[in-house]
Design a protein around this ligand. Sequence first.
Ligand code: EPU
Length: 337
Amino acid sequence: MHIKSNISLKPYNTFGIDVMAKHFVSVTSLPELKSVLKLEGYPDKLILGGGSNMLLTKTIDALVVHIDLKGISIVSEDSSSALVKSEAGENWHEFVLWCLDKDFGGLENMSLIPGNVGTSPIQNIGAYGIELKDYFVSCEALNLETLELKTFSNAECGFGYRNSIFKQAAKGKYVITSVVFKLTKDNHQLHTNYGAIQSQLETMEISEPTIQDVSKAVIAIRESKLPDPKKIGNSGSFFKNPVIPLKDFKALKTKFPEAPSYVVSENEVKVPAGWLIEKAGFKGKTLGNYGVHKNQALVLVNYGGAKGENILALSKLIQKTIYRIFNISIETEVNIL
Ligand code: EPU
């Protein structure tokens, strides 16, 4: 175990914000993780996965524990499905590609989502009509106080839209160490009805797509709309899409007949925050070295050297403006630290 002092967290967050961690350690095994958590002298610890869903706004005084547990294995399989286990530190997209290489289906619509496998259940990641919970079986998580491993079933995780028990009752109490998924080996269920996928497959002249083709289509769509964090710092969607009462949406429609929405329940609809932000005039807005992405208004970007507190101030201005114009509150999806 090697604890470093005063290191920059720039390489560890996809926003590319340059803040210092007073203390930092990378752990590559469960015993090592347990030893680090037992360390005295570091009362505050911050668990860090892929750093793809956070905005760092100040020096981190806590001991940053970087989860670098690696390994992917097949737990069991029969003729139609496979249970696949990934350790928490595997990169999500590389894990998806590993599954596709084995012709295991299910995760292809979630290709190219930034971040690590271990943090994917926390916000129940999702894209193009699929959410993690649709293929998630269980995860193992270490209780930060008792240092005991607990298995959480799908039901126990309490998954919701970009939500789980790890953002609610279990927040800050566990570190997820591995995740198991149930994937198809044949009779793959393709989810291509999400508009953009269908038209992308048509552009690619594919009429009978495989799961690998769907992944390629998703990658092409994401690359055309979302900035690559390796080139332009960002955390994907900065805000969640607000869910509002149907009656409020009808009122909105009278002023903005073109407002898009997705049905959530009989009485509720989800309004794309990207549309609200674009309508409010922020799309493509640049304030020096940071701003709102030109192709997807839901994504705030760091063009290089931006400060977390400036991006936070921009996000607050966006929230206030959206509330003033539409009377809708939008919540951040990323964690502000
Ligand atoms: N829209 C605009 N202007 C914009 C962006 C979007 O008007 O600048 C409107 C359009 O009407 C568009 C609609 O918003 O049809 C939906 O846009 P899109 O399909 O790009 O999806 P999204 O709601 O913006 C969500 C997820 C993404 C995920 C995509 C695709 C959230 C917060 N975001 O975005 O997830 O990739 O759907 O499934 O739910 C992420 O969480 O980091 C993320 C990128």
